[in-house]
Design a binder for this molecule. Structure first.
Ligand code: GLY
Length: 309
């Protein structure tokens, strides 16, 4: 099958490297990890890794996951603080532990044990914007007793569309006809501490099955969690639907959501024939993604389909 790589716009710093690696015959997990590491280290990408927006307490908490579509081994970390490459910690969870997911202090402990690179992920610009929000939003009494304040009301700030709320996703079909997926994010800006989005939740933020295909989501992770979107797309393909029909079916599932946070979500999918589809529901503007196919000299940007829920 023809090799293919799909990543979203946030994947810009890593797509070239990942595509070159796939072209040279690298396995999908290696190409995806290398691509995502470049995104995580790039402070111009404000929703992934170092440079990502902080939570309500002004702390950057990172989520990441990988899944191997041959074995269904996965590795995920959630709410990881102080490390530069959550994707590599997630891969180590998959390869070195009998577990699939670690969060918070346990994830940080494991990252330390494997010698993962530490980083201060709160860059000065993020700290400045967070501090401005803090000064303008909280009353003098709340600021005086900070952080002993009611975060539940403040959490509504997390849905401010002016704030970053994205992810990077990479899907690959490699030279061995194996299908892999990886994702990394800082989640919602101003999120409640400890909030996990879809990214570290296998089946919500990403899924892969070498026999059928892979899928991954960006945007409002709460929607993908509720609908199990990535697993649903792959399962619909297993049940005999085409790639296009599987994505339509997953969008139909999203239409059934009531209440909660219903905003933008982008569904990325590839199949075992090397086809792909990327659709944004509730788009703001025209989203784009990167596509590289075997024989292409370089990845090219493509407009996502836009569908209203
Ligand atoms: N899709 C990323 C998140 O909701 O955290």
């Amino acid at each position: 099958m023809a090799r293919i790589l799909v990543t979203n716009n946030e994947g810009t710093p890593g797509v070239g490297t990942a595509a070159r690696m796939l072209a040279a015959g690298s396995g999908g997990l290696d190409a995806i990890e290398a691509g995502i590491r470049l995104v995580e280290a790039d402070t111009t990408i404000r929703s992934v890794g170092r440079g990502g927006w902080p939570n309500l307490l002004g702390e950057v908490e990172l989520d990441a996951a990988m899944i191997d579509g041959n074995s269904f081994r996965s590795g995920a970390v959630g709410a990881l603080k102080g490390y530069l490459h959550p994707i590599s910690v997630a891969r180590a969870v998959m390869e070195r532990l009998p577990h699939e997911m670690l969060v918070g202090e346990g994830a940080a402990r494991f990252a330390n044990e494997i010698g993962a690179e530490t980083a201060d992920n709160l860059i000065p610009d993020s700290e400045r914007v967070w501090r401005q929000w803090f000064e303008e939003t909280l009353s003098p009494a709340e600021r005086a007793r900070w952080p002993d304040v009611d975060l539940t009301a403040l959490c509504q700030q997390a849905i401010d569309p002016e704030k970053g709320m994205d992810t990077t996703v990479f899907l690959s079909l490699d030279a061995q006809s194996e299908i892999m997926a990886g994702v990394s994010t800082s989640g919602w800006a101003w999120k409640y501490p400890g909030r996990l989005g879809d990214s570290p939740i296998i089946g919500a933020g990403c899924y892969a099955d070498t026999r059928y295909g892979a899928a991954a989501c960006t945007g409002t992770g709460e929607m993908a969690i509720r609908a199990g979107t990535s697993r649903a797309i792959v399962l619909y393909m297993k049940m005999g639907l085409s790639l296009a029909a599987a994505v339509d079916e997953a969008i139909d599932d999203l239409r059934r959501l009531r209440g909660g946070l219903i905003q933008r979500l982008t569904l990325h999918a590839i199949d075992c024939d090397g086809d792909h589809r990327v659709v944004t529901v509730n788009a703001e503007g025209q989203p784009s993604y990167w596509l590289w196919r075997e024989g292409d000299e370089a990845p090219r940007a493509e407009p996502a389909e836009v569908v209203a829920l």
